[in-house]
Ligand binder design. Structure first.
Ligand SMILES: C[S@@+](CC[C@H](N)C(=O)[O-])C[C@H]1O[C@@H](n2cnc3c(N)ncnc32)[C@H](O)[C@@H]1O
Length: 231
């Protein structure tokens, strides 16, 4: 009797596994049919946060202007999740003395970004090993990257821990006294454990929906430009 029950149990698990795999495979085939290559790469690569690559020149003028005002002598900037590179072109104009490194996890975006390459703007693949080799940025921009575009089941689809892991990695790349700019993310940098190592520089900008770590309760955004306190 017991043996029969465990056989039934195993059968149910196998059936469930087959249906999950089937669902994933069907998703992949659908994406391939529609030639949505970027989405396909994102489905395979576990490190993706925001998948769509929407971007534009001067997309956040208030934030760029405020950051440039707060750190006019900025020399080294990282644009994390630079998509097709327009953000880097924009940053080069707001920070005339700076070298800009643009990075993205999607190689197709980087291929398109290459047309913006020049003596001040360069692009590298978003691997921790490569980025840690640069280290010590004066300003790091992470705009519309650490987020999900889903509208429900946020805690399941984009748990706070995923956000914290990347946010804390990024802040490790900012030199003391440098700026960390995290904008349009699903969660707030101020809810992460390293918040106390930063002071907030106030800026008025519009924000998408933001949540408390539970991924359910909507929160009031509390800034996006943070200066790493010197120590
Ligand atoms: C909506 S675009 C934002 C582009 C630009 N920052 C802006 O705000 O206009 C999001 C970009 O983040 C990139 N991305 C997602 N996860 C990433 C990761 N873990 N590392 C680097 N880039 C990532 C995506 O490939 C996409 O190009």
């Amino acid at each position: 009797m017991l043996g029969q029950r465990s056989l039934i149990g195993r059968g149910a698990v196998a059936k469930r596994l087959a249906s999950v795999l089937d669902g994933k495979l069907r998703g992949l085939v659908r994406v391939m049919r529609r030639r949505k290559l970027a989405k396909l790469i994102a489905l395979i690569h576990p490190g993706f946060h925001q998948i769509p690559n929407t971007t534009a020149l001067n997309r956040y003028p208030e934030i760029f202007a405020c950051a440039a005002n707060a750190a006019p002598d900025t020399r080294r900037i990282l644009s994390f999740g630079c998509s097709t590179g327009e953000e880097c072109v924009t940053l080069a104009s707001y920070f005339p003395a700076a070298q800009i490194v643009g990075t993205d996890i999607n190689p197709l975006n980087l291929l398109k970004a290459l047309k913006h390459r020049n003596d001040r703007v360069r692009f590298v693949y978003a691997s921790d090993r490569i980025l840690s080799g640069f280290g010590g940025f004066d300003a790091l921009f992470c705009m519309a990257v650490l987020r999900t575009s889903k509208k429900d089941k946020i805690a399941e689809r984009y748990p706070f821990e995923r956000f914290v892991e990347r946010a804390l990695y990024l802040e490790s790349l900012v030199r003391p006294g440098g700026l960390l700019i995290i904008h349009n993310s699903t969660f707030r940098f101020s809810d992460t454990p390293h918040r106390c190592a930063y002071e907030t520089i106030p800026v008025s900008a519009s924000y998408d929906k933001v949540y408390l770590p539970d991924g359910i309760t909507e929160a009031k955004p509390d800034g996006c430009i943070f200066r790493r306190i010197n120590h």
